[in-house]
Design a protein around this ligand. Structure first.
Ligand SMILES: [Zn+2]
Length: 134
């Protein structure tokens, strides 16, 4: 019986911490193992991800801005803007992959906080870390 309760507790803990774990892993991968990209390399990476994710019919604007974190937004049908934070964490290949995955999978929509925290962000992190498309 005790084993069952411990297992249940571990599952519960995992369900609470996996978004944090994935976000941490993603940040560590970017900062420790990836090169810092120049503007030109950022535009090139966006093009590459656009092709990989089959987003060729979408018009995606790229802005490198002085924000704290990168984000993407749908402006209208087939029109997106991806904003890459001009800082040590933003200028990395995984950041571009992450935001482009939000365009591909979430259509740039920001849903409720819970859905974002437990589904959209971990899913985008899985893609930017391991190339896993869910
Ligand atoms: Zn995200």
């Amino acid at each position: 019986m005790l084993h069952f309760e411990i297992t249940l507790l571990l599952i519960l803990i995992f369900l609470i911490v996996y978004p944090i774990l994935l976000s941490f892993l993603s940040g560590a991968k970017r900062v420790l193992f990836e090169p810092k990209l120049t503007d030109k390399e950022i535009y090139k990476k966006v093009k590459e991800e656009k092709r990989k994710l089959g987003l060729n019919s979408q018009n995606i604007k790229v802005e490198i801005y002085n924000g704290r974190s990168s984000e993407c937004e749908r402006e209208s049908e087939n029109q997106y803007v991806v904003r890459i934070a001009d800082n040590f964490r933003g200028r990395r290949p995984a950041t571009i992959k992450h935001e482009m995955y939000h365009v591909y999978r979430d259509k740039g929509e920001k849903d409720s906080t819970l859905k974002r925290l437990f589904i959209q962000e971990p899913r985008a992190n899985l893609y930017d870390i391991f190339n896993i498309c869910l």
